[in-house]
Design a protein around this ligand. Structure first.
Ligand SMILES: [Ca+2]
Ligand SMILES: [Ca+2]
Length: 315
């Protein structure tokens, strides 16, 4: 669906005039109402014409909802090149895994750069209000994009963190210091539509490039970081066969506005076997705030409006 054929300035004025209150005469059009301002951040069409079909019911704040998942796990012994000796040496057995950043909400997660003059580090905004016709009507600052040299594209920073933890006697992750086996650096993501997870979602991907100007995840789609991507691994040092918790904490710094921040922590139980050569996901838990027995922490974003609910994190 497109409305671009009506993009001329004269047409905008004519269309928008139709939306003005009756008390405002045709001779005193005045400034365009918010609904009619051409918005550079649009998914379907531009400007006020799509809003014309939804002019009286302000949708208000509409947020997406990220929910993490992991589907593929494997253990390999990576080879690392030693430049001093010119040889390859074996590292420790390492758990490789994918991360799915699913958008299970009803509106897109969409990020746009505020300024692209300095693309190595760009403040971004998130669309936080969508019309029913998928036009962005409002944005809020939501973090930064930075150039990721290893991946060769722009990433949204502080997006996820990974931990491997031992299980306590109750089968839940041990969040004490002694329970931590391995943890990742802060993981950044370039968001795009990798795979559809809801059969009712739009059949074609919309966010297809890791651009600093526009990236995101459509509703019913997921971004996937596969196991081979840098950062998608945890070293298995001091580990024997058995069950462990792979913990994915998505948007842990709560930079992104979501309809639900309480489902961003995934505790995936994995079973390692056959002398650290085989691994499988055997269970998934999304503990809600208050579910934990190990203590909790409140994560508050720099934007005081976004306070993340209490989580099962280390005290
Ligand atoms: Ca969420
Ligand atoms: Ca969030």
């Amino acid at each position: 669906m497109t409305y671009r054929r009506l993009g001329a300035a004269a047409s905008w004025g004519a269309v928008c005039a139709l939306m003005l209150p009756a008390a405002v005469g045709a001779d005193s059009v005045g400034p365009l109402p918010v609904e009619c301002k051409p918005d550079p951040v649009t998914v379907v069409g531009t400007g006020c014409l799509p809003a014309l079909f939804d002019p009286v019911t302000d949708p208000g704040i509409t947020y997406p909802n990220l929910v993490p998942d992991v589907r593929q796990v494997l253990i390999q012994v990576p080879l690392t090149f030693d430049p001093e000796t010119g040889t390859l040496f074996e590292g420790p057995p390492t758990l490789f895994f994918d991360t799915w950043a699913q958008n299970l909400g009803t509106v897109p997660l969409q990020l746009t750069a505020n300024e692209v003059n300095d693309p190595e580090s760009v403040a971004v905004s998130q669309c936080v209000s969508w019309t029913a016709t998928r036009v962005c009507r409002g944005t809020q600052s939501a973090g930064d994009l930075t150039w990721h040299q290893a991946h060769r594209h722009f990433h949204f920073t502080e997006f996820a963190s990974y931990e491997l933890r031992r299980l306590g006697p109750d089968g839940r992750p041990d969040y004490s210091d002694a329970g931590l086996v391995s943890m990742s650096d802060k993981v950044s993501f370039c968001m795009e539509d990798s795979k559809r997870v809801n059969p009712d979602a739009l059949p074609a991907p919309f966010y297809k490039a890791c651009s600093p100007a526009l990236q995101g995840v459509s509703p019913g789609w997921t971004d996937i970081y596969p196991p081979g991507v840098p950062g998608q691994n945890l070293a298995l040092i001091g580990v024997t066969d058995g069950r462990y918790a792979l913990i994915i904490d998505m948007d842990y710094a709560n930079r992104l506005y979501e309809a639900d921040d309480g489902d961003n922590l995934l505790e995936a139980t994995i079973e390692i076997s056959n002398n650290l050569t085989e691994v499988a996901v055997v269970d998934r838990e999304y503990p809600r705030p208050g579910d934990c027995s190990q203590g909790a922490a409140v994560v508050t974003s720099p934007d005081g409006a976004k306070k993340k609910p209490k989580r099962c994190k280390q005290t």
